[in-house]
Design a binder for this molecule. Sequence first.
Ligand code: BTN
Length: 259
Amino acid sequence: MLSENLITANGITSRLKTDGINLSLFESVTSTNTLLKEMAVNGEGEGQVIIALSQTEGRGRYDRKFQSDKGGIYMSILLRPKADTIDTTLLTAAAAVAVSDAIEDASGKNTEIKWVNDILINGKKVCGILCEGGFMGRDSFVVVGIGINACESENGFYDEIKDIAGTVFDNYHPTLCEKLCAAVIDNLFYQYKHLENREFLNTYRQKSMALGQKIHILKQGQIINEGTALEIDDNCHLKVKLNNDETVTLSSGEVSIKL
Ligand code: BTN
C-alpha cells in the first residue's frame, strides 16, 4: 500500500554517484518520455532525468498503454550520444541490465530479462523499458523510459495484465525506492559509457529467461511463428530455431516473444 511518505528528489540525488545529473520529480505528468522528448528538442542537455509518481498517458512499446498509477516509478533519462556512435538495440539491452541490477540491489530479489527489455521477478513483469530517439537539428538524442512496478497501486493491476504483472516490493518503501532510482541512473550511465565494449552482454545472456525455451514470435501482438530460442548474438538479436527447423535471427524493432 502507498503511504503519504513519498520519495523526494533530494533523497535520490544525495545517493547518486554520477556527475552531471539534473533531476526533476513530479507527482503526475502525461508521460515522462513525452515530456523529456519535448525538452530535448528544446535543447535540454544530457543527464536530465524526469521521475513521476504517476502518469496519465504512460506509453509502452508498440504504442500500448502502460499502467502508471501511484505505487510505481516512472522515469526518463536523456542521453545525447555523438551521432552514429550508438546502436539503440544495444542501448536498450544495456538499459535492461542496468535496471535489473538496480532492482536486485534494492530488493534482494533475483531478476530475469525477457528479450528484449522486460524485467521479471518470479516470472512476473515488474519493469518495462521504452527507448525513443529523436533529433534536435543535426544532433540526435535518446530518451530511455523506464517504468517500474515498485509496489501495487490501490486499484491493483488492470485485468489485461493482472496475471502477468508483479511488483518489486510487497509494500511501498520510500527509502528503498530512492535507492532504486539512484542505482538505475548510476547503472545506466555506467552501461552507456561502456556500451562499445559490450560488457553488459554476459549478464544479459545469463539473465535471459528465453534461452533454450519454446517461444511464440509475435508481430503487432499476433503470433506469427513458433520455435526454440537458441542464443543472443553480439548485436542483441535473438536466434530462433523454428518448428520447421529453419533458423531465423529476430530484431527487437520488428517482433516480440511470448514464452
Ligand atoms: C513496455 O513495457 O512496453 C515499455 C514500458 C515503458 C514505460 C515507461 S514509464 C516511463 C516512460 N514514460 C512512458 O510513457 N513510458 C516509459
